[in-house]
Design a protein around this ligand. Structure first.
Ligand SMILES: [Fe+2]
Length: 349
C-alpha cells in the first residue's frame, strides 16, 4: 500500500547509477499542498509549444521516435487481434531497445509518453506502448534483474491484448452498459488464453502479469479479487502504471488529468496499490515528469528540465518567461529543492 505521508528509508538497489543512488531519503510531500491548481489553466498554448520544443533536443527526439513508432505498429496488431509468433519476435526486439533507453537514463521516450494521443492510432495501442515505457523505468529503478525487466517489458506491452475481443464495444460512441462492463472485465483472462493458444513458448510469468494487472492489493481488483502477495510484482507494476497512464490521457468519455491529478487519484485509493511501486515511480519519473509545463508562485513560466528523486515536488525548472509573461533572452534554471519559497502552482503536460 502507498503511504506517501510517511515513506520510510529503504535500502537502495545495487543496479542504480551512482548519481541516482543519492535518492536515499524519504520522499517529502510537504510542499504538495502548494499545488493550488493542477489543471494548467491560464498557461497559454503558445508558450507550451515553445517550451515543448525546448525540453528535448531535436536529435534526442529523433532517436526515440523510430522505436516508438515501431512499437505503435506492433501495439496496433496486438489490439486489433493479429498478433502471432512473428510479431512476438518484433515485440521482444522493441522491449530490448526500450530497456537500453532506460538503462542509459535516456528519457526521450517520455516526451512521447506525455504527449496527447495521435488520433490515427487506437488509444489502446498508444496506451500499451506508454505503459511499457513507464513500467520499464519503474522496474529498472526497483532493481529488477535483466530477465525480470524483459518479462515486465513484454507483459506491459501485451497487457491489454484481451481487449481485442471488445474493440467494437469500446469504440461505440456511447456509455457502455453494466453487463458490457462485466464482459470487458474478462479481458485479462481472454488475453492470457489468446497468447497461450497462438504462441507456444510464451513465458508463464508474462502470462500471469497480463492476467493479474487489474488485481489490487486490497482485493478490489479483478478477475479473481486476489490480495497482497497473491499478486505477482510484475502485475503490481503494470497495474499501477496502467492506471496512471490512463488518467493522464484523454479517453472518449473524459479529459486527461495532469500528472499531479493522476497521482492524487491513485493516492485516494492507496490501499489498492503497492507503496514500493508508487515510491519508485515518484523517484524515477517524478510528480512533474521532465517536460511538464509549470507556472511558479513567482508567476514565471517554464518547464521541468530534471527531476530530483529525493524531492519529487521540487524539480529543476528552466524558466523561459518572466513574471510579466515576457520571454527571457537568457534561459534561467532553478533547482526548486534549493529555492525555499519558490514552488509550482500550476502544471500542464
Ligand atoms: Fe486492461
Amino acid at each position: 500500500m502507498i503511504d506517501f505521508s510517511q515513506i520510510p528509508k529503504e535500502e537502495d538497489k545495487d543496479k542504480k547509477s551512482s548519481q541516482e543512488k543519492k535518492s536515499e531519503n524519504s520522499i517529502s510531500f510537504s510542499s504538495f499542498p502548494h499545488q493550488k491548481a493542477s489543471s494548467g489553466e491560464g498557461i497559454s498554448f503558445s508558450k507550451k509549444e515553445v517550451i515543448t520544443q525546448a525540453s528535448f533536443s531535436e536529435k534526442e527526439l529523433l532517436k526515440a521516435k523510430e522505436p516508438y513508432q515501431q512499437a505503435l505498429a506492433i501495439a496496433e496488431k496486438i489490439i486489433r487481434g493479429s498478433f502471432t509468433s512473428s510479431e512476438l519476435e518484433e515485440a521482444k526486439k522493441i522491449v530490448e531497445v526500450f530497456i537500453d533507453f532506460t538503462e542509459k537514463g535516456e528519457q526521450e521516450l517520455l516526451s512521447f509518453v506525455f504527449s496527447p494521443y495521435t488520433p490515427s492510432v487506437h488509444y489502446l495501442s498508444l496506451s500499451l506502448v506508454n505503459v511499457c515505457i513507464l513500467s520499464l523505468e519503474v522496474g529498472w529503478w526497483l532493481g529488477l534483474e535483466k530477465e525480470s525487466l524483459f518479462k515486465l517489458g513484454l507483459a506491459s506491452l501485451l497487457h491489454d491484448i484481451g481487449m481485442s475481443y471488445f474493440l467494437e464495444l469500446v469504440d461505440k460512441p456511447r456509455k457502455i452498459t453494466i453487463s458490457e462492463y462485466q464482459a470487458i472485465k474478462t479481458h485479462p483472462e481472454k488475453g492470457k488464453s489468446i497468447l497461450k493458444k497462438n504462441i507456444q513458448d510464451i513465458d508463464e510469468e508474462v502470462l500471469l502479469a497480463i492476467e493479474e494487472e487489474h488485481e489490487r492489493l486490497d482485493g478490489s481488483g479483478y478477475p479473481r479479487g486476489l490480495k497482497e502477495s497473491e499478486i505477482i510484482e510484475l502485475a503490481e507494476i503494470v497495474g499501477f502504471i496502467d492506471v496512471y497512464e490512463a488518467l493522464t490521457h484523454k479517453r472518449p468519455y473524459r479529459q486527461a488529468l495532469p500528472p499531479t491529478g493522476a497521482i492524487k487519484v491513485i493516492l485516494s485509493k492507496k490501499k489498492s496499490f503497492s507503496y514500493k511501486v508508487g515510491r519508485a515511480f515518484l523517484e524515477r519519473i517524478g510528480l512533474y515528469p521532465k517536460g511538464t509545463l509549470v507556472e511558479l508562485n513567482t508567476k514565471e513560466v517554464g518547464y521541468v528540465s530534471k527531476h530530483n528523486p529525493k524531492t519529487p515536488t521540487s524539480p529543476w525548472v528552466r524558466v523561459l518567461f518572466d513574471s510579466q509573461g515576457e520571454k527571457l533572452s537568457k534561459i534561467k534554471e532553478i533547482d526548486l529543492s534549493k529555492s525555499p519559497g519558490v514552488y509550482i502552482v500550476k502544471s500542464k503536460i
